[in-house]
Design a protein around this ligand. Structure first.
Ligand code: ADP
Length: 454
């Protein structure tokens, strides 16, 4: 019984039921309207006929010099019309063959009335005959309404038989159309069921149409493309990330096992521990970058936008890098004529500059140069970090911002290919732009454009 509830019905049956009920209501209204109009037209027309019948009888009387006793043959009037002429006292004058019940009806005022005689409805019209302003007699004309009743009852029969036929045909037609319209939806459901079992390669590939279902199918396929590629990327990312972490762990394990094999010199233990420390730091770095990426994906990073003095931040970062740069005999030049204040998240902005400057030092050979320039342009701060390093080939350039992408693993001792993807995320979060220009063996230039007021 529960299953018969309308809300549990298939949508095609719901549409058909609603459509049929609506059509039924409209047909009933239409039938009642037509019936009323036709019956009123017929009644009006019979009243009109009666009045003109009365005029005909009157003209006969007139032509006969108002002699009420004239014996006029009734055939001059329509055979459906029955008439009686009364004198002023109500005595019957000449008449057609007419039912006594009609002749006997009381007389005395101009009137139109309906009477029922032996189950048949009649319409009777009385009108006075005037001479010099005096009533000298009465004319009574009448017609049977049987033909109207017959016509109306035929109309009723037609309506009562045709309406169910219309309804049945319309609901079958409606069901057929609803089935046809919803067929692609069935297909979409089946495909979605297959996809939910894990087969993400399925596509609808319906014929491209501009209708609602066509657009739904295109959007569905587009969504699946996106989903499939992002899931592929996720899987790739997870596997690459685990791979990145596996390398330092293997080194740590190997070093520890080596150190534990028999007794060693203090110096050897120290060396092993140093390697273990460096690899742990590398892991720590990779894990903190991975965490940042995960938070950025989840949207759970707690931002804190505040007004920052960008010159001070840059100077502090460069101070931190001085020792590493000096070790490689790399010169860092910093120039900023403007005093730049920007609304941004300090931790993220610091991370952004660190990642790019760290790369610049990492990928620049000894005695190289790094130029950092910071300026205001309209409502933006433009920071360029230019190095004379190994550069990036044109083939690699489009991919360097991808997660875990490394041009040459052997060139990157500490990184895992996450630095630039994090930098790009930070810039985009601040509604800015990050661009790179590079020439292999000549150097690279990273351009960071950040709005001063986000
Ligand atoms: P990584 O941890 O490998 O440095 P990044 O995401 O920071 O990862 O950089 C991605 C790749 O882009 C690096 O592997 C490197 O090959 C290249 N790259 C980045 N910055 C520079 C640069 N200043 N000079 C040359 N190559 C660079």
């Amino acid at each position: 019984m529960k299953n018969l509830k309308i809300k549990n019905l298939k949508i095609r049956y719901k549409i058909t039921i609603w459509y049929t009920v609506l059509l039924l209501i409209l047909l009933v209204i239409f039938n009642v309207f037509i019936y009323t109009i036709i019956s009123s037209i017929l009644n009006q027309s019979v009243k009109g006929f009666l009045k003109s019948d009365a005029k005909q009888v009157f003209s006969i009387i007139q032509s006969e010099g108002y002699n009420i006793h004239l014996d006029i043959p009734y055939r001059i009037i329509d055979t459906n019309v029955y008439f009686v002429v009364f004198d002023a006292n109500g005595n019957t004058g000449f008449k057609s063959s007419i039912l006594p019940q009609i002749v006997n009806l009381p007389i005395g005022q101009e009137q139109l009335r309906f009477v029922l005689i032996n189950g048949t409805k009649w319409i009777v019209y009385d009108t006075p005959v005037l001479f010099n302003g005096n009533i000298i007699g009465w004319i009574r004309v009448s017609r049977s309404l049987q033909y109207i009743i017959n016509a109306l009852s035929h109309l009723k029969i037609i309506m009562f038989t045709c309406t169910p036929i219309y309804i049945i045909l319309a609901s079958l037609g409606g069901l057929f159309l609803a089935n046809k319209a919803l067929k692609p939806i069935d297909f979409i459901t089946k495909t979605a069921q297959q996809i939910s079992k894990g087969d993400l390669s399925q596509r609808l590939k319906l014929d491209k149409t501009e209708d609602e279902v066509g657009r739904l199918a295109v959007t569905f396929d587009y969504m699946l493309d996106k989903l499939e590629s992002s899931i592929k990327k996720e899987r790739q990312f997870a596997s690459d990330a685990s791979h990145e972490l596996r390398t330092p762990i293997s080194v740590i394990t190997a070093q520890a096992e080596q150190a534990l094999l028999g007794s060693r010199k203090i110096k050897e233990y120290k060396e092993a521990l140093e390697i273990i420390r460096d690899e742990s730091k590398k892991m720590q770095h990779i894990i903190s970058q991975l965490l940042m990426i995960t938070r950025s994906d989840e949207g759970t990073y707690n931002f804190n936008f505040e007004i920052l003095n960008l010159n001070i931040i840059m100077e502090d970062i460069l101070k931190e890098f001085k020792k590493i740069a000096d070790n490689k005999k790399i010169k860092i030049y910093y120039e900023s004529k403007d005093n730049i204040k920007i609304k941004a998240d300090q931790t993220l902005l610091t991370r952004l500059f660190i990642n790019i400057i760290d790369n610049a030092i990492k990928y620049t050979n000894e005695f190289g140069e790094i130029k950092v320039n910071m300026k205001k342009e309209d409502n933006f701060c433009i920071t360029t970090i230019e190095d004379t390093g190994i550069g990036i080939s044109q083939e690699d350039l489009p991919y360097i911002f991808n997660r875990l992408y490394q041009v040459d693993k052997s060139r990157s001792d500490r990184g895992a290919g996450l630095g630039l993807s994090i930098a790009k995320w930070i810039v985009e979060l601040h509604k800015g732009e990050l661009k790179v220009e590079s020439k292999l063996n000549y150097g690279s230039k990273f351009i960071i454009k950040l709005p001063l007021n986000i």
